[in-house]
Each structure stands twice: as structure tokens, then as C-alpha cells.
Design a protein around this ligand. Sequence first.
Ligand code: PLP
Length: 390
Amino acid sequence: MYNHTAYEMGANRCAIRDLAEYGAARAQVIGKENIFDFTIGNPSLPAAPEIADAVRDILENMDPLQAHSYTSAPGLLAARQAIAQDLNCRYGTDITPDELFLGCGASPELCAVFGALAVPDAEILAIAPYFPEYQPFAQAAGCKLKVIPPDVPDFQIRLDEVEKALTPNTVAIVINSPNNPSGVVYTRQTLEKLGALLTEKGKAFGHPIYIIADEPYRELAYDGVEVPFIPTIYKDTIVCYSYSKSLSLPGERIGYIYVPRQATDGGALYTAVAGAARSLGHICAPSLWQHVLARCAHLRPDLSDYDRNRKALYEGLREAGYAVAKPDDAFYMFVKVPGGDAEAFTKKAMEKDLLVVPGDSFGCPGYVRLCYCVSLDKIQRSLPIFASLI
Ligand code: PLP
């Protein structure tokens, strides 16, 4: 006996992970150097040496009982203070530790926030292309996910479509900027217009419509592109942040939720987030990594390798004749496929040991996503294969 909904979620596997696992198996057969795997967003930049120094220092010099013990559910005060201080220095905010809740990365944080907002018939909007895991997260929380069609080819937000989709049941809209998979940052102008629309509709419906800012890529932007801190534009914003990509710690599972006290029902919402996290089995974020954050929350990634990859791949693909969304951030490129059938393109590419993810998985058919967190050599050797597919 088992729960059929849970079975469906397990059986309906994430296409990205399937392709990445195929890539790993294929690499065993033909050699790692001969597989061109652009599927999974695992940072190729090693964590900064300061991280290893902090871990070493904690393990060698801190009382082990303290280093590994349970912390409070929201997390160590020292870690939350370090994060608040870092955010306040950068964004001129006055965030305090009691607005921060440390979590195990953006995924469980999103689940907790969806759960906290899951009133009966709750609807959450997501903008295509979007992170596919929003679907199971929303379903498990008992919320309906409604997808806004993509704004092709710029990949900003179609506000006319958002307006059409908003109903009195809408509790939130998830915004992922810098965006996976498009590689685009939503501009300040886009976010201000969205904020104005949500304010107007929230007044009409008699309740707030929160923005849930899913932000694993906030620090990964190139050429000085501005990544606005959304709570400074729209007060009813809840941030789900992750150190998976910015500190290259995806397997360590550490991040935070920021619920501003200025948000509508801010204090109660924070408590609801804590309650929803508890119901998902949250006891505390990994304590070792909380201690690391208390020392390292101010660190930023050195983006030069990603930037070099970005330029080489973007220029190479364009020279080969592909249309590519201008990649300003993260380590993703969204490429329009010739002929428009992304699934067929993906299969043809696979025959040449080139692995990409069809945009269909992200609610945006006709495109494929490439993760360029691979070696420059792989990018350079993959370009003739891409050229042969056009
Ligand atoms: N949201 C987006 C848009 C992502 O791309 C990812 C991971 O790739 C996540 C959330 C989940 O990140 P985490 O590792 O923090 O759970």
C-alpha cells in the first residue's frame, strides 16, 4: 500500500536529472572527456578557500558538541546576524536576524513558503520558463500552480498575462531572477510594473499577493547588470535564498528565508513559514554550515571562469547561426532550436553525445537549456557538434 500521488511524483522523474544520470553512465562507457554534458547546474567553480579555512577552523578549534549540535529552528543568531549585516551593507536595508530563517537550500525553503501561504484554493503564479520543481512543491503544499506564458524572445514578464491570471485566489507569484533557464535578469522597470499591478489587484481582492523571490543566482550576474533586491521594490516580498550556487555548496544544503516585518502580516507569516517548515521535518539547517556562514556570509564568487565560458558559448552558437537569449546571469543559456522541436533536437544531439535539456521541461517549448558550468575545453570542442545540428 502506498500513496498514489507520492508514487506519481516519484515515477514522473525530473527530466534534467534523468539526462544527467544518462550522461554519467555514458561517460563510463566512452570516457568523461567525450561526453558533452550541458544538463545540470552543478557549479564548476570550487568553493572559495575561505570556506575550507572556516570548516577546518571550526572542526579543529570549536567544541565538537557545539559545532554539531542542533541549533534553534530559525538558526544560529551569529549566522543570521552575519547575513543581515551583509544584506544591509549592500541594499541599505535594516534587516534584523528575527526576519531570517535558515533553511536547507531554496527547494525546501520554497516548500515551506508555499505551505505557509496554502489557504484553501490557493493559487500561485509562475512565469515560464520556470524551475520545474515548482510543480511538485506547489502540489504537495496543496496550492495550484498557474503558469504565465513566456515573453519570447526577451524573457521578461508578460504583465498582460499576469493580469489575466490573477484571481481572488492568487496568494503569490514566484519570481526567479536571475533566471534559470533563460539566463536573463528581470529589469527594475519590469519589477516595478509587476509590483504596481500586484498592489492594485491586492487592494481589489482585499488581501496581499506576495512575491516569492527564488534567488539562488542573485550573485551571478555579469557586465555590471543590476539585480534589484525585490523587497526594496515591493514590500510584500518573501525571499528564498540559497548558497548552492553563490558559494558553490549545492550538496551542503544551506540558505535562508527572509520574511520582512514590513510585509503584510509579516510577523504571523514568519511564524507560518516556521510552522510549515516544521511540518516538513525541518529541525534546523546543518549546524556546521551555519557556523561557516557566521564567518563567510560576505563572500562573493569569482565569476571570471563562468564569464569566459559564457562569452565563448554565446559567440560560438551565434556564429553557428543559433538564436540565443542574451545571457546576463547565472550559468544558463536558452537556445532556440532550429525547426522548433526541442525534444527532437535533444534526441539528435544525444546521438552525438551532446546533452541538453528541452525547454518543454521549463514550460517553454522550442528552446533548449545549456548549463555552461563545464570546462572551456568542453565548450570549444562542442561547438562543431552544435554547428552540425543546425
Ligand atoms: N530554484 C531555482 C531556479 C534553481 O535553479 C534551483 C537549483 O538549481 C533551486 C531553486 C534549488 O536550489 P537549492 O539547491 O538551493 O535547493
